[in-house]
Write a protein that binds this ligand. Sequence first.
Ligand code: GLU
Length: 372
Amino acid sequence: MRQNLKNIRRCVIKVGSALLTDDGRGLSQSGIQRWVTQIAGLRAQGIEVVLVSSGAVAAGMATLGMEVRPHALNLLQAAAAVGQMGLVQHYESCFKKHGLHAAQVLLTHEDLADRTRYLNARSTLLSLLELGVVPIVNENDTVVTDEIRFGDNDTLGALVANLLEADLLLVLTDQDGLYDKDPRLSPDATLITEAGSLDASLDAMAGESRGDLGRGGMSTKLSAARLAARSGAHTVLANGRTENIINRVIAGDGLGTLLLADQSAVTARKRWLAGHLQMRGELVLDKGAVRVLRQEGKSLLAVGVLLVSGSFLRGEMVRCLDEQGQEIACGLSNYSASETQLIAGVSSSQIEATLGYVAEEELIHRDNLVLV
Ligand code: GLU
């Protein structure tokens, strides 16, 4: 029995294309039926579930009679637009048999990196959960192609786990979990049953980088687990074809690979910051500012900034470095890049005289800052 998986209240379950489809084309109706039945079982236990599901391209290819997966991104996007309807309809009809409803939520990484959209997505998803509906999230393939190109709904799943402060990210794949060696090449490879998500030895086991692997390999899943861990969510990588897999994982059976979040949960706002992907600029801080941030837990003032680079607007995310280039923190800047250029090294009381106005006394408020 895995003790860490006791008391799971909210979980994000990610199902990828490889599992959802039969040979990459058409949806695996029986697979979907099985997962839906298990998810209905979790709901009956009072566990909230958000499903992150691919499968739109595959469903669209079948509808449009495409025998082979197109290479052109625009055609893949078109197939996804057609297939998304069938995908969600299929989920809805399966959930209906259990007296549940599904909802379609299409998101992009950028949506979750934007403060306003993040808050909107969060309140919609939380409302759906409160209404007892199962949200089905997919990438919005009409406007972005991260998943189509990189197989990256794993990252989206982790961002949703951050967004909703989920306790668990369950990534269902067509493999049993993470092995110490590539099981396709080494028959003696052993399954890692449990590890800290930050454990550096996992990198070599997960294999090639996302770019080399192309689509949704183990290294993307490991990165997703690390991202989920930043808001305190554990991740389990498990084989979606294993009998009753979802219920067994939640019940604490030692199936798959459990990647533990070794950080305790941070406040919701900091959690959002941690999930932020888009850094818009960099600030180099003097020694005094580095000390104040690290040791005294204070806000960053413009007076401690030596150099400003990048182009960012008020409210956007910047990285803070020390003079040696080491990352200290990241946070939301109260001033744009051009304003920050003007007030770098200037004391807070002189901001108004320098700019002609003052937005905030701090360049980055402590509440919007995460130490790295
Ligand atoms: N988001 C897409 C889908 O749901 C991409 C998956 C793929 O590239 O096959 O189908």
